[in-house]
Structure formats: structure tokens, C-alpha cells
Design a protein around this ligand. Structure first.
Ligand SMILES: *[C@@H]1O[C@H](CO)[C@@H](O)[C@H](O)[C@H]1NC(C)=O
Ligand SMILES: *[C@@H]1O[C@H](CO)[C@@H](O)[C@H](O)[C@H]1NC(C)=O
Ligand SMILES: [Ca+2]
Length: 444
């Protein structure tokens, strides 16, 4: 609820600028599923503002979070698979439970905020961490919603108003916030000079069900699985980009794209070269969005479960197929369920997964629900496809550095009282306030 006010303060001081350097507004929901927004087919949740954004721009229907969990945010900020920055765990807990943990994104990583700042943009982050500032320059704003991760909260205008309990109330309130942002851009005459992006950090948490059986997680629509696994439900997220006059309104793009693509896209728009000393895995989205290209530049995408390569995706240049091969899949529980209800999230370690040799192969272009694994009988090129994908995985693996420190090691994720940020008065003695705070919080 505070966001629009902060936003006005921030945007109020900004001015127009050249057409090639748009303002950039990045909106990221937490745990929102692709089956939730109206523009992705939901008929009972009300998301008029997200829908308005989509109808004024491009809707990506195969937009992929780089990870089904927290590391997706590191990839988003850096344009890189999170294994490259050490933001991918080798053990069971792949997340920060406490805000007061060490680790986090290593300072050697370059975020898109750093790049656009070097090109004279003013930047602000509202959400998991917050800072401010404004000048007569284009701006980049990242609004990271705490909606709709549990525990849900809604102000009284939204509580008990949706048809989907506290989860639905939260989505509708977040949608309202999106509307506030769009309204402010319009009021300030900035809509045509601003690229707006809306997404979710990964799929909805399907195991989030209360003791009374009330669903507190969202919907991943027709897709299998959800948060913490690499079935499409865990990684295929809403992806909307609007820039009136530059991106055609009402566009729908089904090519594979990734949240890592925002990094090079934003860098290019801001006029910044990409860092030369590291691999950037994302690809500039503008050629696709402007209709200059019909094909995604991602021939292959690699789906990690924490630090483990879980699946490979292949969209061959000469075909409409999207092959996906799983090396392992989570053991759903109870039998026939669509998630790991006994552990609340699925894990990617031995004992929690089924290994597949040969890998489990699907063609997402004909089987987006991942219900019909292919066999050499049903797919004559079965072995050739798997071989091509394995070769790509091997080439990719060779680009990884073995020397990356594990930012999510057990030692890093332990609670460290002395790192507690801006705490309540009662505990003030035992902690410090870091205004530039280590941004990571207790959420994932
Ligand atoms: C719409 O969203 C709600 C809340 O997540 C969900 O229960 C419902 O199944 C969704 N509808 C569709 C068609 O996905
Ligand atoms: C498409 O190209 C790949 C190599 O890039 C080849 O292995 C495959 O057989 C081709 N498929 C078709 C349908 O031509
Ligand atoms: Ca999340």
C-alpha cells in the first residue's frame, strides 16, 4: 500500500529523454502461478490491471523462470544461471530461511541495476530491500511484491473480496498495486517512454494447503507441478512486456524466453555494453518483441534444481518442437498427487527423486502438460534427439567454473544475530542496522 506514494516521490523528479533509452519498470510477483492472471485464462480471479498491461503489449506464453525456487531471482538480476554465481545449493535447503544470513549474491556479480546506473539511469528497488533517489534522467524501478507468498495478508479493501480465499485476495490486491503503477506512469505522461515488465519469480506453490484444506497456493493452469520442481508448472510464469509504440499491442509469443533475458534487454536499451569478462546466459528480447525475429535465440535452456542439472529444453531451429528431457523427476507424494505434500516442497536430492536413464522425453509443443513421455516407438528420432541434447548439456557444463563458492552453504544459511537488519526495538541491542542491507530475506 505504501508503494504508490514512494513511486510518486521517485518518479516525480524524473524527466523525458530520448526514445531509445526508455524508463524501465520491472514488476515481480512472489509465487504467482501462470494460471492466476485473467489474461492467462483465469476466469474467476480478477486481475484487470495485469490484463490491461498484457492487452497493451506482448504476452509471453513460454516465459521461464531460470529456477523453480529462490535462485531464479539471482538469475533475473544477473542474466546468468545461478550455478555461475554460487546461488544454487548442493544440499537440501536451497533457500535463505533467515534474513540474517551470510552469503547472498557475491559482490563480483554485475546486476542490471549496476549497468544502467553506469549509463546515467536512476534506480530504485522497492520490496525485499529499498532505496531511493531521483534525478532528471531515465529511471529503472524494480518493484518486488511480497504478494502472493504465504502468509497472506490483505488490507480491508481486499480481504474476503475474492472468490479464492486469502490467496485470491492477495492476488487482487497485488493487481491493484500494478494498476497504481500504470496510473502514475499515465498521469506523468511517461507511459509511452516506459518499458513495463511483469512476471513471477517461479510457479505457484501447489502444496500450500492449510490444515483445514484451504488452498493457499496459486494455480499453474494446465501445467504439471509447481514451485521447487522443474515440471512446467514450476517454471513457466507470466511474462508481459509493454512499451506503447514500440511493442505491438496484443502480441502473443510462444517462443522459449527466460527471466534471464531481462538483463541483456535492459542493458541494450540503456546503451550499456554487456560485461565481457563473464558468460551472460540471457538474450535480448527486443528482436522478438519488435517482430524482427520470429525465433527465440534460446535453442537450448538448462533447468536446474538448486545446483543439479535437472532437465534440458531444446527448440531446434528447423522445427516447431520443444523437446524437454528430464534426468530426474521429483517423487510426488501421495501417489497421484501433483506435488510433494509430505515434505511441503519437493527436494532434488537422492531419495527424493527418480532418476531416468534414458532421460524422460516430452515434446512440449504437442504435450504441454507433460503427460506422455516419448519412446523410440512413438518418436522415431528418440535417440538422435536425446544425443543432441546430451551434447548440448556437456558443452554447457564445460562453461561452468568449479571454483564458485557456495553462497547457499549450510554455514551461510545459518541464523546470524549480528546480521539482523533494522530490527524491532526489543532486540536492538543484539543487532545492527545496515541501510544498504543485505537484501535477501526469509522468503523464497
Ligand atoms: C484461478 O485461480 C484460482 C486461484 O489460484 C484457482 O483456484 C483456479 O483454479 C484458477 N482457475 C483456472 C481456470 O486456472
Ligand atoms: C533439425 O536439425 C538437427 C540439427 O540441428 C537435426 O539433428 C535434426 O534431424 C533436424 N530435424 C529435422 C526434422 O530436420
Ligand atoms: Ca518465490
Amino acid at each position: 500500500m505504501r508503494a504508490p506514494l514512494l513511486l510518486l516521490l521517485f518518479l516525480g523528479g524524473t524527466q523525458s529523454h530520448t526514445a531509445s533509452r526508455p524508463n524501465i519498470v520491472l514488476l515481480m510477483a512472489d509465487d504467482l502461478g501462470i494460471g492466476d492472471p485473467g489474461c492467462y485464462g483465469n476466469k474467476t480471479l480478477r486481475t484487470p490491471n495485469i490484463d490491461r498491461l498484457a492487452s497493451g503489449g506482448a504476452k509471453l506464453t513460454q516465459h521461464l523462470a531460470a529456477s523453480p525456487l529462490y535462485p531464479s531471482r539471482a538469475s533475473f538480476m544477473t542474466g546468468r544461471y545461478s550455478v555461475r554465481s554460487g546461488m544454487a545449493s548442493w544440499h537440501r535447503m536451497g533457500v535463505y530461511i533467515f534474513a540474517a544470513s551470510s552469503g547472498g549474491l557475491p559482490p563480483s556479480e554485475v546486476t542490471f541495476a549496476k549497468l544502467v546506473k553506469s549509463q546515467g539511469y536512476s534506480t530504485a528497488l522497492i520490496g525485499m530491500a529499498s532505496s531511493g533517489g531521483h534525478a532528471d534522467t531515465p529511471f529503472l524501478l524494480l518493484l518486488s511484491f511480497i504478494h502472493v507468498h504465504t502468509a497472506h495478508f490483505s488490507s480491508k479493501e481486499f480481504a474476503r473480496k475474492s472468490r479464492h480465499g486469502p490467496y485470491g485476495d492477495g492476488v487482487e490486491e497485488m493487481d491493484w498495486s500494478v494498476g497504481q503503477v500504470l496510473d502514475v506512469l499515465e498521469e506523468l505522461g511517461l507511459a509511452d517512454k516506459t518499458l513495463v515488465y511483469f512476471t513471477s519469480d517461479h510457479g505457484a506453490h501447489v502444496e500450500e494447503v492449510t490444515a483445514k484444506g484451504q488452498r493457499h497456493g496459486g494455480s499453474n493452469g494446465i501445467y504439471k507441478g509447481g514451485k521447487a520442481n522443474n515440471w512446467e508448472g514450476g517454471i513457466r510464469v507470466p511474462g508481459i512486456l509493454r512499451w506503447p509504440g514500440v511493442i505491438e499491442a496484443g502480441l502473443e509469443i510462444d517462443e522459449p524466453t527466460s527471466n534471464m533475458d531481462i538483463f541483456p534487454t535492459v542493458a541494450k536499451l540503456a546503451g550499456s555494453p554487456l560485461p565481457k569478462d563473464r558468460i551472460i546466459d540471457g538474450r535480448d528480447l527486443m528482436p522478438l518483441l519488435q517482430g524482427k525475429s520470429r525465433r527465440s535465440e534460446h535453442e537450448f535452456l538448462f533447468h536446474y534444481c538448486n545446483a543439479y542439472l535437472n532437465a534440458v529444453r531444446w527448440h531446434p531451429p528447423n522445427s516447431s518442437s520443444v523437446w524437454k528431457a528430464f534426468y530426474f523427476t521429483p517423487k510426488f507424494h501421495p501417489q497421484g498427487a501433483n506435488g510433494c505434500f509430505h515434505t511441503h516442497v519437493c527436494f532434488c536430492l537422492e531419495g527424493h527423486v527418480t532418476r531416468h536413464q534414458p532421460p524422460l522425453l516430452f515434446d512440449l509443443s504437442t504435450d504441454p502438460g507433460e503427460t506422455r513421455p516419448l519412446t523410440p516407438e512413438t518418436e522415431p528420432r528418440f535417440w538422435d534427439i536425446l544425443r543432441a541434447m546430451q551434447e548440448a548439456a556437456d558443452r554447457h557444463t564445460q562453461t561452468l567454473s568449479a571454483a564458485v563458492p557456495d553462497q547457499l552453504s549450510l554455514g551461510n544459511t545459518l541464523w546470524k544475530p549480528w546480521l539482523q537488519v533494522c530490527c524491532a526495538s526489543a532486540s536492538r541491542l543484539s543487532c545492527q542496522c545496515h541501510p544498504q542491507g543485505q537484501g535477501q530475506g526469509a522468503r523464497n
